[in-house]
Ligand binder design. Structure first.
Ligand SMILES: *Cc1c(COP(=O)(O)O)cnc(C)c1O
Length: 421
């Protein structure tokens, strides 16, 4: 039996209607921006395998560091024990994060990093004897698929079934010049019961690569500080160079109280989540009263292999070549954007750093489930390119090692698609 048949017998895939979905493509190897299937067909991984891979697949440097770690310590309980990788990673990351970030709490994916952040903020107020129960978030937000992360995400087809079980969240529009004053007064009117404001800085990925301006986010964060509301920046997608700077918060003057990381944290090699916070947040949990403890942890918290992968990825991330690649991709995207802007089939073209998004004109309104999405997805797969449109939004979010030739090929196929669909 071939791998596909065996898969279909035993596997239930994520985000997949198993009755109608095409059979999965068996991948046997990855190198650089390329993935190779069982039959030797190659694919350019233009979505970085769900936004996680930044240095390319099976990077030999990361592989060597992980292999070395495997011979020393594969895992150890992280309550009551520690290890070098977890400490060194926290030290090095806190060094390059906004300078108010003081403590690092590990978990094992983006959703759990968000769960930890929410619990930190709610319990912060509880521990101070000033309980607050409401959370503020942006409409169309995406913060993950576990229940707390779903609750602070925009309500959609993905959350409908669970709606009545999700805790109440106040959703506001993305900020702009016209609504910023109104948003601030909405926040002020809720302030006494608002524990925190959770946001994806500058970029709402899952919503369709929606982008908004740093200066208005700065104003909102400053206003939250003024009103004594904690802010959480979910950098699970934007962290580690995606937006053209190391972190999206590097585009801001204000600093959030809590930050969440995953995805590119390990270069896309291992599952690892990280929530960082200020000393003020951390100090609210220090007490002789054991009930003020943050009672949260996962079996694989701070897994040493994941930390080794993250440290190796960070070594590569800090190389000047990596930043040069990020700027190279951003410049190429900008030029491509200029050549297709105003195309009759496109409603909007937008870019932030290494991400370019093309919003297709659909005529029938926009839907994640439109067949345009499937047509585009299949068209690019046939051409050996993995692009997974979010509804009518086609975007490129490549590993930083993608070559100019590979990018040019993707651009040319997109131009061809514009004549076909
Ligand atoms: C992907 C994502 C998450 C969830 O991360 P998982 O590791 O998939 O649980 C949370 N927030 C943002 C902004 C994301 O893009």
């Amino acid at each position: 039996m071939g791998l596909v048949e065996r898969d279909l017998k035993v596997i239930w895939h994520p985000y997949t209607q198993m009755q109608t979905a095409a059979a999965p493509i068996p991948i046997v190897r990855g190198q650089g921006a390329l993935l190779f299937d069982e039959n030797g067909k190659t694919y350019i991984d233009a979505v970085s395998s769900w936004w996680v891979n930044i240095h390319g697949h099976s990077h030999p440097y990361i592989a060597a560091k992980v292999a070395d770690q495997l011979t020393k310590l594969e895992h150890v309980i992280f309550a009551g024990f520690t290890h070098n990788g977890a400490v060194e990673l926290a030290e090095r990351l806190l060094n390059i994060l906004p300078n108010n970030q003081a403590k690092a709490f590990y978990s094992d994916n983006g959703s759990t990093a968000v769960e930890v952040a929410i619990k930190m903020c709610l319990q912060y107020w509880h521990n101070k004897g000033l309980p607050r129960t409401k959370i503020l978030a942006f409409k169309n937000a995406y913060h993950g698929d576990t229940f707390g992360a779903m609750a602070v995400s925009g309500r959609s087809a993905f959350t409908n079934v669970f709606e009545s079980l999700l805790f109440d969240v106040v959703f506001i529009d993305l900020p702009n010049k016209r609504n910023i004053a109104d948003l601030k007064s909405q926040i002020s009117s809720l302030k006494s019961n608002l524990a925190c404001f959770i946001l994806e800085p500058l970029l709402q990925g899952s919503a369709g690569m929606l982008m908004y301006e740093a200066k208005y986010l700065d104003e909102l964060i400053a206003h939250c500080k003024h009103e004594n509301i904690l802010t959480i920046a979910d950098e699970v997608l934007t962290g580690f160079g995606r937006t053209g700077k190391p972190f999206a918060c590097d585009h801001l003057h204000q600093q959030p109280d809590v930050m969440c990381f995953s995805k590119a944290l390990t270069g896309g090699t291992m599952a690892l989540g990280l929530t960082t916070c200020t000393l003020d947040v951390y100090n609210a949990f220090l007490s002789d009263d054991k009930l003020k403890t943050l009672f949260h942890g996962h079996s694989f918290t701070a897994n040493p292999i994941a930390c080794a992968a993250a440290l190796a990825s960070l070594d590569l991330f800090m190389l000047p070549e990596t930043n040069a690649n990020i700027q190279r991709i951003a410049n190429k995207h900008t030029n491509f954007g200029l050549t297709i802007k105003g195309h009759g089939k496109l409603k909007h073209v937008r870019q932030l750093g290494t991400i370019i998004a093309l919003e297709w004109e659909t005529g029938v309104g926009t839907s994640y489930f439109s067949d345009l999405r499937d047509k585009l997805y299949n068209y690019f797969l046939d051409a050996g390119i993995i692009l997974r449109p979010l509804g009518n939004v086609l975007y490129i979010l490549p590993p930083y090692c993608i070559t100019d030739n590979q990018l040019d090929y993707i651009y040319s196929k997109i131009e061809e698609a514009l004549t076909l669909f």
